[in-house]
Ligand binder design. Structure first.
Ligand code: AHR
Length: 510
């Protein structure tokens, strides 16, 4: 949705950081920030589905048709645009027939990738699509390429989207659903270079061509947006080979990038809380690498098919699991550090939003960088949840390109940008979001609103806390949360924002 605007003439905006740095809008193209950048991911992993969203109708935990009421309401407030399911690695072990029909007849299966847990399949296809309807979000279905077949995929797609009477469609109707469901995105495999089949890119490309050719909806024979299983972080060769061989058979290609406080996949990744500044710094520094990663993969994609969108359909921080939690469940706490990782990453996504299709943080509940944590009948909203909610103003807003030289946050001789920001416009209001990642120094931002003489701050909020390691526990759920902010003022057409160290601020200007 690009439209050319000469922004400088329409609106001359100037931002100064620490009274030194000027930010200017440029005369570049502008575009709409797709809401799907705020996408979520729900895998059958640990307590994401079971305990997280699904407790079943007979649970003592208050629920609506088996979905826990507290979590459902929290997610509705978050304006989730799209939800990816059922995995992750789990997707390439998932056989959809196990998860349909009367719950009592569904087989128990072992979740081989995640803790070897036995699961009862009480959450399956109908439960997923019904959840998306309750949330009002788009659906992103990952199909099993690693251990499935084209026929399994087709039967599943027919069950979900078919309209004419046939065994799969009749079965769906027998299970209580007359109308077909809507599939917006279909992922053809997941991490096919790893848990999804250990394939070479050459082999996966051929398999992708085969599966994607049959991945049509049965309601109208069109394709949903087909997402090819993309690269692991800096593996540009995977993208190159796949684009070269199958770049005309896809609408999207994915990319996975996790930030680890200690980048050692086989050893300790660093604690989820109680860490020191070195691991705070490393996480923010490595989070910024998302910029070069997206840029690099987009360059490769553009060589073969510029229309293919890039989806960062797994991202976030991956720490050691919370002490005492079940091994393999990837349950971790969520701190102010993680909130700043989220805000700075979302700013990067906005910058490339004309070429990104969607992004899905991993994962929505109780797994990795979660929005929500649950324990029995209790629920906690994480600092990352609060960032996603504050930043929702950018969903479907017009991105305004800006330029500025950030002051530096220096730790042990290494320096990174202290300031990250996004400016967008929607429904007659401007929204500026700014993060100051510096652990000690405050920053002053000024924004000259030359063309908005009557502009005033109509709302401003801040997320901050004393320590980067602060988090919300079940005992103290409100340690890190948004508060009204009075440090954003407009005088004579100049907006001044005083940002404390380690803070995220949103300002609405009308
Ligand atoms: O999000 C957890 C896991 O990380 C996913 O199952 C997999 O795709 C990735 O390796």
């Amino acid at each position: 949705m690009k439209k050319s605007l000469i922004l400088a003439s329409a609106l001359a905006l100037t931002m100064q950081v620490s009274a030194q740095t000027e930010l200017r809008t440029t005369s570049k193209d502008t575009y709409t920030i797709p809401a799907e950048i705020y996408g979520q991911f729900a895998e059958h992993l640990g307590r994401c589905i079971y305990d997280g969203i699904w407790v079943g109708k007979d649970s003592k935990i208050p629920n609506q048709d088996g979905y826990r009421t507290d979590v459902l309401n929290a997610l509705k407030d978050l304006k989730v645009p799209v939800l990816r399911w059922p995995g992750g690695c789990f997707a390439d072990t998932y056989h959809w027939r196990d998860g349909v029909g009367p719950a009592k007849d569904r087989p128990r299966i072992k979740n081989v990738f995640w803790g070897g847990t036995m699961e009862d399949n009480s959450f399956g296809t109908d439960e997923f699509f019904t959840l998306c309807e309750k949330l009002g979000c788009k659906t992103y279905l990952s199909v099993n390429v690693g251990s499935g077949s084209v026929k399994d995929m087709n039967d599943w797609l027919e069950y979900i989207t078919g309209t004419e009477s046939c065994p799969n469609v009749d079965y769906r109707k027998k299970n209580g659903r007359e109308k077909p469901y809507k599939i917006d995105y279909i992922g053809i495999g997941n991490e096919s270079w790893g848990c999804g089949g250990n394939m070479r890119p050459e082999f996966y490309s051929d398999l992708y061509r085969q599966y994607s050719g049959y991945a049509h909806l049965y309601s109208n024979s069109t394709y949903p947006k087909r997402v090819a299983s993309g690269s692991n972080d800096f593996d540009y060769n995977w993208t190159e080979v796949l684009m070269k061989r199958a770049g005309n058979n896809m609408e999207h290609i994915s990319l996975h990038y996790y930030v680890l406080p200690i980048r050692d996949w086989n050893g300790s990744k660093g604690p989820d809380r109680g860490f020191q500044e070195n691991q705070y710094f490393t996480v923010i520094r490595d989070g910024y690498k998302m910029d070069e990663l997206i840029k690099g993969h987009l360059e490769v994609i553009a060589k073969y098919n510029k229309n293919v969108k890039l989806d960062v359909d797994e991202w976030g921080i991956w720490t050691d699991q919370e002490p005492g939690s079940i091994p393999g469940y990837l349950y971790q706490q969520n701190t102010l550090r993680d909130a700043l990782l989220a805000s700075t990453t979302l700013d990067i996504f906005h910058k490339y939003a004309d070429r990104l299709g969607m992004c899905n943080i991993a994962q929505i509940i109780n797994v990795l960088q979660a929005m929500v944590l649950t324990k029995d009948d209790k629920m906690v909203l994480t600092p990352t949840y609060h960032v996603f909610k504050m930043y929702a103003v950018h969903q479907n807003a017009e991105y305004i390109t800006t330029d500025f030289k950030s002051p530096k946050y220096t730790f042990k001789g290494e320096s990174i940008d202290a300031i990250s920001s996004t400016l967008s416009k929607k429904d007659g209001a401007y929204h500026l979001t700014v993060s100051n990642v510096d652990s000690k120094n405050k920053q002053t931002i000024t924004l000259n609103l030359a063309d908005i003489k009557a502009a005033s701050v109509t709302k401003s909020e801040i997320i901050t806390s004393k320590s980067f390691a602060d988090y919300n526990s079940f005992e103290n759920p409100n340690v890190v949360k948004p508060a009204a902010f009075n440090g954003a003022t407009v005088k004579k057409g100049v907006l001044t924002v005083e940002l404390p160290p380690m803070s995220i601020v949103t300002v609405e200007i009308k």
